[in-house]
Design a protein around this ligand. Structure first.
Ligand SMILES: Nc1nc2c(ncn2[C@@H]2O[C@H](COP(=O)(O)OP(=O)(O)OP(=O)(O)O)[C@@H](O)[C@H]2O)c(=O)[nH]1
Ligand SMILES: [Mg+2]
Length: 301
């Protein structure tokens, strides 16, 4: 199955919810009137696009409709599509050129960090890149085993320490091993939950400092994993995590299990951080590089 079909399938529930309502609203367009724009805004908000992003999109659409003198629903739909694509930002890619480069994966427990790392390892290994997985979640029993299984599946190297040990030391050893083995990309798994929140943030800070110190020349991405099924809640989590390390990208998981795909727009607006990947299932190839145009197309149909 191609990427586009995959994203379409992953978005089935969102489509049923959002596209149907959106298309119905757009079909009712008969010319500029406040009622139409209010209804459109409401439809977007109900589709989890978020108040701020919905208002922005509709305000822009008002401008475009009047500037270009748009008439039928088809023209309005094309304009809305353009605006939505625009809101999602550039297609962009992660900068992982140094050898090694490093991806730090953060997020609250259960959102899909370890699974995403497994999928990423497969994606990079399939591209001929050599990957090392660092078991930085030393808190939860069986976390390292779970990551080890993914390492084995994808053919990635794997560094772990004892349960309860210092994750920063795991990262230190992983960097040394990656340099010695000429590994291309290190991916660091982290705990989603510790005894309390400030412990977690301190731990992430410490890992971050080790990376600064050991590979100041290295390219680094910090990916925040958010579970799409939690909707707007994820935005609060993001703000917390952003304090511990500057985020460079979002991975939105479990899009296959939710009608809340519209949350992608709220996330990009609110955080100003691009969505890099979306997760659409539990299997190794259920991770899709995010493309604003494909996504919007899949959504609006
Ligand atoms: N349907 C679906 N399930 C997913 C996706 N990504 C992850 N999961 C499932 O979500 C559950 C939690 O995934 P993990 O990868 O263990 O989450 P985690 O963030 O590492 O959790 P902690 O280690 O406890 O912090 C697992 O059952 C995964 O299979 C996705 O894109 N779609
Ligand atoms: Mg995990």
């Amino acid at each position: 199955m191609g990427f586009f079909d995959k994203i379409k399938q992953g978005l089935t529930r969102t489509k049923q919810n959002m596209s149907t309502k959106l298309n119905a609203t757009i079909a009712s367009f008969t010319g500029e009137n406040d009622e139409f724009f209010d209804e459109l805004e409401e439809t977007l908000i109900l589709s989890d696009v978020g108040g701020e992003a919905s208002m922005k999109a509709v305000d822009r659409l008002r401008e475009v409709v009047s500037e270009r003198g748009l008439r039928g629903p088809d023209e309005v739909k094309a304009a809305l599509r353009e605006i939505l694509v625009d809101m999602l930002g550039e297609k962009g890619r992660m900068k992982l050129d140094s050898r090694p480069s490093i991806i730090l994966v953060v997020g609250v427990n259960g959102v899909g960090k370890t699974t995403t790392i497994g999928k990423l390892a497969k994606l990079f290994e399939d591209q001929g890149k050599h990957v090392l997985l660092a078991a930085g979640d030393t808190f939860r029993a069986a976390a390292a085993e779970q990551l080890g299984v993914w390492a084995e599946r994808s053919g990635a190297d794997f560094v772990r320490h004892e349960e309860g040990s210092d994750p920063a030391a795991v990262v230190f050893d992983s960097i040394a091993a990656a340099i010695a083995r000429k590994t291309d990309i290190i991916i660091v798994d982290t705990a989603g939950r510790l005894h309390n929140k400030s412990n977690l943030m301190n731990e992430l800070n410490k890992i971050s400092r080790v990376i600064d110190r050991e590979m100041p020349w290295g390219d680094r991405e910090t990916l925040l994993v958010l579970d799409a099924t939690t909707g707007q809640n994820g935005l609060l989590q993001a703000e917390e995590f952003a304090k511990s390390a500057p985020l460079t990208g979002i991975v939105l998981t479990k899009l296959d299990g939710t009608a809340k795909g519209g949350i992608v727009f709220a996330i990009t607006q609110k955080l100003g951080v691009p969505v890099r990947f979306v997760g659409v299932g539990e299997q190794a190839d259920d991770l899709i590089p995010f493309d604003p145009e494909e996504f919007t197309e899949a959504l609006l149909g």
